[in-house]
Structure formats: structure tokens, C-alpha cells
Design a protein around this ligand. Structure first.
Ligand code: AMP
Length: 214
């Protein structure tokens, strides 16, 4: 049976990095709600502006809008088999909506917690940089680009620092994670669908373990 692999972890735990690797090496589509919302910044509509403002503050976008984009994206051909959800679900309502989506699509949900100590997160988030062309994620401390502040694959492009990776938004994002998202760990655990991975290690080490899990 095809699976919906749900990666759960605090902001900065490394979900995106791992999901991108799985997509690159195993061809499993990475569906990142954060990336999809960030792409909306290129359109100048009232909705896009609202999404941008909410994201910058570190708060969550509404469950309904989020569900709509997940539903639309995962109904495309490339998601006919197994796919990875990176950053979804993040609330109890979203988890419920995902149950019915999985049922409709005939898929099993497998959740994986990427676990990491809180003090490591700040360093990761403030050191995080990404390429606005291909989305490759770097970290000035742990995964620097080959040349200073430019993407390895798009050397003409200066890396960017996410608007919500500042201290104030990070504090809100962590509090939101604790309040609304971390209860989902219990939810998946109780239904026997949760595995856990130690996200504090090297990217490659985590990847090897993750690959075996799925
Ligand atoms: P991320 O890239 O996963 O850290 O997401 C960045 C921001 O996008 C979050 O702080 C939220 O504002 C928004 N976002 C991403 N995923 C969701 C979601 N599942 N539900 C609501 N908002 C989301």
C-alpha cells in the first residue's frame, strides 16, 4: 500500500533537508506546505499578502486554506504513490483532515518524529540560508555552501535568510509547535504509527536511518 510519510519536528529539526534528500535520491515527492506558502509571495493578491504577513509573524495559516493546498497538490499524478508531507499536519484539525484524505487516496499514514534538543534549534535557524532558485538549504555553521553565501548549483544567486528565521518569529514558531503540533506525536503514537529519529546527528547519518525506516 502506498504511504503518506508525515515528518513531524520543531522548526529547524531538519525535516526539509531530509525530505529533499528523499525526493532527490528515492524520487519520493516532498510536499512542503511551508514551501508552497512561500511561493505565494510571488503573486500580489490580498490572499498572498495575508499569507506572507502570517508567515512572517511565525503564526499558522488557517487549517482550511492549508488543507485546500495540500489536497490540490497531492491529487496530482506524481503523488499517486507514496509521498512525504513536510510540515503538515500541524494541528489536530489538520491531522483529522489528513485521515480522510488518506482514506480517499487509499494510503497509510506513517509518522516520523525528527527529534532535536531545543538549544540546538536556535543555532540551526539563525544559521539557515537557502537558495531562492532551487530551494537548497544550507547552514553557515553545519552545512556551508562551497563559496561564501552563494548556492552550489546556482552560483549567480545569493543565498537568502528566511524572513521568519529571526528571534521573535522563531519564539512564536516554537511556542506554536509546543502548543498545537507536538500533541500530534501522542496521537500517532497511540495509534501505533509513530517512529522516532534522533535529528541531532549529521545529515547523512540521519538520512541513512530514515531511508531504512520508510
Ligand atoms: P515551515 O517552512 O514548515 O517552517 O513553514 C513556514 C510557515 O508556513 C509556518 O510558520 C506557517 O506560517 C506556514 N505553514 C507551513 N505549514 C503549515 C501548516 N501545516 N499549517 C499552517 N501553517 C503552515
Amino acid at each position: 500500500m502506498s504511504k503518506i510519510i508525515v515528518l513531524i519536528g520543531a522548526p529547524g529539526a531538519g525535516k526539509g533537508t531530509q525530505a529533499r534528500l528523499l525526493q532527490e535520491r528515492k524520487g519520493i515527492p516532498q510536499i512542503s506546505t511551508g514551501d508552497m506558502f512561500r511561493e505565494m509571495k510571488n503573486s500580489d493578491t490580498p490572499l498572498a499578502r495575508e499569507v506572507q504577513a502570517t508567515m512572517a509573524s511565525g503564526k499558522l495559516i488557517s487549517d482550511e486554506l492549508t488543507y485546500q493546498i495540500v489536497r490540490e497538490r497531492t491529487s496530482r499524478d506524481d503523488c499517486a504513490g507514496t509521498f512525504i508531507l513536510d510540515g503538515y499536519p500541524r494541528t489536530a484539525v489538520q491531522a483529522e483532515q489528513l485521515e480522510s484524505l488518506a482514506q480517499e487516496q487509499g494510503k497509510e499514514i506513517h509518522a516520523i518524529e525528527v527529534d532535536i534538543a531545543r538549544d540546538e534549534l536556535m543555532k540551526r535557524l539563525t544559521g539557515r540560508r537557502s537558495c531562492s532558485v532551487c530551494g537548497e538549504i544550507y547552514n553557515i555553521y553545519s552545512k556551508p555552501p562551497k563559496s561564501d553565501n552563494v548556492c552550489d548549483f546556482h552560483p549567480e544567486t545569493q543565498l537568502t535568510h528566511r524572513a521568519d528565521d529571526n528571534e521573535e518569529s522563531v519564539a512564536t514558531r516554537l511556542a506554536t509547535y509546543d502548543e498545537l503540533t507536538s500533541p500530534l506525536l501522542d496521537y500517532y503514537e497511540k495509534s501505533g504509527r509513530l517512529k522516532k529519529i534522533d535529528g541531532s546527528r549529521e545529515v547523512e547519518e540521519i538520512y541513512q536511518e530514515l531511508e531504512k525506516m520508510i
